[in-house]
Design a protein around this ligand. Structure first.
Ligand code: SF4
Length: 293
């Protein structure tokens, strides 16, 4: 298999088989991210992709799912993506469900009609690293798109019938803008129809612009308790009929699962309890052990 550069796979999706079709991130400018700093974006050569599919077909000829890597294969144009999906179906004829990750603006170069074709070719589920729906925050972290883009592109996925995830990055707006980030993100997410909303807490990694800003006093990171308060505000304002997962370093509470709206009150109660009684030192220690997003 031709796995090159930094490879990220979504741990919630089947982790076999994996097929790398791109390397690096087209944007590579988010202020909190170190993942692809030394990797230029490129598409893997078609010969490599075909070699890898041949190899997968020998081991798992009946594979029904596959995860495309890495970091935002969705950035490829329709003309580049569709032959890859056709090739997947040729080598793995029982394929039903192709997963991929991407940025919101990766969808701009595809029409809803083209997305429908990609769905027919098996692209069923996309994870969008949205991070925020608040325009101040999106600009502050150099995300490269605005809230109106989120709405426009997510509605295109809905028109095409492709399921998608939206992620909220807890803490990324800093202290002064925390509540606006939570409320405005929830407002934008609630105007979309994600199958899943996921939340993760910001960790300031070495060599990131955001850490340098924090050192200069230009960015005020949230404490663990403030992270929980922001997360609770986001949840209180979120109105999506979806599944919900959180990567927050929280002590064993059952916050993750389907039917967010049915569980919303109990999630809020758990967060309240954690805010009052949680072991913030332990949460900080878990966060400090993280080495990458
Ligand atoms: S967070 Fe995602 S979009 Fe931003 S630079 Fe990192 S990999 Fe690229």
């Amino acid at each position: 298999m031709h796995f090159t550069g930094t490879v990220y796979r979504n741990p919630y999706w089947a982790t076999f088989p994996l097929l790398q079709i791109t390397e690096g991130c087209t944007h590579n400018k988010c202020k909190f991210c170190t993942m692809y700093k030394d990797v230029d974006f490129r598409m893997q050569p078609m010969e490599w992709i075909e070699d890898d599919l041949r190899e997968i077909a020998e081991i798992a000829p009946d594979a029904k799912t596959i995860q495309l890597l890495s970091a935002n294969p969705l950035a490829l144009s329709f003309d580049k993506l569709s032959p890859i999906l056709e090739m997947i179906n040729k080598y793995l004829p029982k394929m039903e469900y192709i997963y991929t990750a991407g940025r919101v603006d990766d969808l701009k170069n595809k029409t809803a009609e083209q997305l429908k074709v990609l769905k027919e070719l098996g692209m069923r589920e996309i994870s969008l690293g949205v991070e925020s729906g608040d325009d101040w925050t999106l600009e502050r972290i150099n995300k490269g798109y605005r809230s109106e883009d989120i709405l426009e592109q997510c509605h295109k996925l809905e028109d095409a019938g492709i399921n998608y995830w939206m992620t909220f990055l807890n803490g990324v707006a800093g202290r002064e803008h925390s509540i606006d980030h939570a409320v405005n993100s929830a407002k934008i997410f609630s105007q979309c129809k994600p199958m899943l909303v996921g939340t993760g807490g910001l960790t300031l990694f070495p060599s990131t612009p955001l850490l340098e800003e924090a050192k200069r006093g230009e960015f005020s990171p949230l404490s663990e308790k403030e992270m929980l308060i922001e997360l609770k505000t986001f949840v209180e304002n979120l109105d999506c009929d979806c599944s919900f997962i959180t990567h927050h370093t929280i002590s064993g509470k059952n916050l993750t699962g389907p039917d967010f709206l049915k569980r919303k009150d109990s999630i809020i109660a758990s967060l309240d309890d954690e805010i009052k009684h949680g072991d913030m030192d332990r949460m900080a220690a878990v966060r400090n052990r993280k080495r990458t997003l």
